[in-house]
Structure formats: structure tokens, C-alpha cells
Design a protein around this ligand. Structure first.
Ligand code: MG
Length: 367
């Protein structure tokens, strides 16, 4: 029994503000995830608009793929795709929305198996919320209700017949037409991952599924000298010496910035803020940290956690860390709990132990 997949890549992404089907999502596009899900079919017919065509053509798939024009409505796209099979009917056709790109292979397979056996198989989820009509009357019996997803699989000739009978009648999905013209629909278990990407909140959810965590490390040392303020984590710490540098010498924030830039693959602070540049002379490193945070945001990255260890024999730093943590959390615009600071001595060994310098090492995690 052969299975024809129909993938719908139409839609205007109006509620998203950008083309959700072709935008990068964890290194692929929603179209690519959906196409890979459907590689279990014997043939694939894809209804595309012009702006999605290139994204479809980039994906190598080991099965025959036919493209057809997406229609003005979802129903028109399905009908175009059914007709594009040029009479090579499959026994079963599985229709899937590309915007449900994380539907599971199990849900897909279960719907197809049901169509073979029962004539239809429509991925669906039980209602978990109470459902009311707007007139405020008693709620509907949610145990008797389901929410449909895709895939929606049917015997080929039956769903084609339903669409041809429907003409211009509007239906929200294929199951609605099947129920109207053919008979009762068989529902199969869908999956919460089959959620349709419609709003920016859906997009944020999708990103959280596929975004790869990034990690960066940073290290910095500055020499201690007289006549300088000691500034660590943006806090001025009373001490007889300070750190000698072009900027304010905040070694803690310098290590942290290098870790953040490393995780973002954006180089290092020497590259971003050259120490020959007079703009950065004695500049507060917090200004630079806020600039780094802006660069991360521009790249669509979020800081999930940072941890910095300062290596100094003297002075005692712990009393100043609550304020330093707060400064970092403020500059990166993240909760305080995402910022960790620690201090250690080197028990009198090394240049830090002899009081010649202060060093810091940092690790940053981004998503
Ligand atoms: Mg430095």
C-alpha cells in the first residue's frame, strides 16, 4: 500500500511578522523538519508559495518530490496537491501542515496506519482546558471533544472526492470535509510537539526545543600598581593598589566578557574594544559589558548562566560580590540567580599569591 504525503507550505505568517517556514530554526527551517518527518512516505507533493520554493529545493530527500502551487486558501492548496499526483493515486494520502514541524514520527505513522485500516486517521489531542461558548452558557463536555492537528491521513480517492464535492465551501481542515462528505473521522493520538507555529510565543517554544547551548570561557590578568582604583565587577573596592590597564582594569568583567563573546563566536574584547582606541581610556567596563550584551541580543542569543572565579591574594573580595553580582545581572538583563561569583587565593604562590596581579577566569552559557 503506497502512501502519498502532501506537505502544505502556504500561509502568510501574518501573526509571526516573518516567514516562519523559511526562517532559521536550530540550523534548519520548519519546512526541512517537516520534509524529513515525511520521508517515510513513498512520494511527497509539496504545495509551495514562491518565497518558500527555494527552502524546499535545498532539502535532499530520498523519495520522489513534486512541487505544486500553493492556493489562496489551505483547502485550495490541498486540492492542487491532490490533482498534482497526475492520477498516480496512492492508497493513502497523509496531509501535513509545515508549521507543525515538530510533530513526532509516531503520531505520523499512527495516523497513516489508521487510514489504511479505518479510512481515516487524524492526529488529535484531548481537550485539557474547559471550553465554553461565548454566550456564557454551561461548558461543553470536554471529554467528548478533541483538538485536531496534522497529519490527517485518508484513503486517497475518498479525500479527493470530499474536496471535489466541497467546491468553494470553506473548511478549517481536511477532517472537516471528510466528516461532511464521507463519514465519521477516526482520531489518532497526536503529540504536544505537533503544535502549530502561529504566534511569537510558539516561535519562542520552537527555539527552546532546538537551540543548541553554547559555552565560552574567558581569562584575564592585570598587574597591580599604586595610584589606581581597584574595581571588580563594577564595584570600587578599598585597597592600596589598583589594576593597571587602558580601561578601568576590571579583570572580573574582562574575563566575563571574553567568555560571553566566546560563546557567541564573536571574537574577544581586544578585538571589539581595541586598547589603542582613546574612546576606551579609563572607560567603565560595565559600559563595555552592556555593549557585549547588546551584541548578543543582536545575534538572538540569551545568557543562561555565567560563573566567574577571581584569583587574588588580597584584599578579601567576598563582601563586595553581592553588589558585583547585581551589577552583572543588571547589565546582562538576567536574573541574579544566573550569575555566580567566586574568589580564591593561591596560598601565596604564583604572581597572584605574591600580590603582583589579580586574575579572573569565567565561563558563560548561552542559548
Ligand atoms: Mg583586561
Amino acid at each position: 500500500m503506497s502512501v502519498i504525503g502532501i506537505l502544505l507550505c502556504g500561509g502568510s505568517s501574518q501573526r509571526m511578522g516573518f516567514n516562519k517556514l523559511t526562517a532559521p530554526l536550530g540550523g534548519r527551517t520548519a519546512i526541512e523538519y517537516s520534509m524529513r518527518l515525511m520521508a517515510c512516505c513513498d512520494r511527497l507533493i509539496i504545495a509551495v508559495t514562491d518565497d518558500a520554493r527555494a527552502a524546499v529545493e535545498r532539502v535532499p530527500l530520498g523519495i520522489p518530490v513534486t512541487l505544486c502551487d500553493g492556493g489562496a486558501t489551505r483547502g485550495q492548496s490541498v486540492l492542487n496537491a491532490l490533482r498534482a499526483s497526475h492520477g498516480q493515486w496512492g492508497d493513502v494520502v497523509a496531509i501535513h501542515d509545515a508549521a507543525r514541524c515538530f510533530q513526532t514520527a509516531e503520531a505520523f505513522d499512527t495516523a497513516v496506519q489508521s487510514a489504511r485500516k479505518n479510512g481515516s486517521g487524524v492526529a488529535s489531542l484531548p481537550m485539557t482546558d474547559s471550553v465554553f461558548q461565548r454566550d456564557g452558557s454551561a461548558p461543553l463536555d470536554r471529554a467528548s471533544l478533541v483538538c485536531t492537528q496534522t497529519p490527517q491521513a485518508f484513503r486517497f480517492e475518498e479525500i479527493l472526492s470530499a474536496y471535489e464535492q466541497a467546491g468553494d465551501q470553506i473548511a478549517t481542515d481536511d477532517a472537516a470535509l471528510y466528516a461532511r462528505f464521507i463519514g465519521p473521522v477516526t482520531f489518532t493520538p497526536g503529540d504536544p510537539r505537533g503544535r502549530k507555529l502561529t504566534t511569537p510565543a510558539d516561535w519562542a517554544w520552537a527555539r527552546s526545543l532546538v537551540a543548541l547551548p553554547r559555552t565560552g570561557t574567558g581569562f584575564d590578568t592585570h598587574v597591580l600598581g599604586k595610584g589606581r582604583k581597584l574595581i571588580l565587577g563594577g564595584v570600587e573596592i578599598p585597597f592600596e593598589k589598583g589594576l593597571i590597564a587602558h580601561s578601568d582594569g576590571d579583570v572580573l568583567l574582562h574575563a566575563l566578557m571574553d567568555a560571553l563573546l566566546g560563546a557567541a563566536s564573536l571574537g574577544d574584547i581586544g578585538h571589539l574594544f581595541p586598547d589603542k582606541d582613546p574612546r576606551y581610556e579609563n572607560i567603565s567596563s560595565r559600559v563595555l559589558l552592556r555593549e557585549v550584551a547588546r551584541c548578543l541580543r543582536e545575534k538572538g542569543l540569551t545568557v543562561t548562566h555565567v560563573d566567574v572565579t577571581v584569583i587574588a591574594q588580597r584584599p578579601k573580595l567576598a563582601p563586595f560580590f553581592p553588589q558585583a553580582r547585581q551589577n552583572i545581572a543588571d547589565d546582562l538583563n538576567i536574573p541574579l540567580d544566573r550569575v555566580s561569583l567566586k574568589a580564591t587565593t593561591t596560598e601565596g604562590m604564583n604572581d597572584e599569591g605574591r600580590g603582583l596581579c589579580i586574575s579572573a577566569q569565567a565561563i558563560a552559557n548561552l542559548i
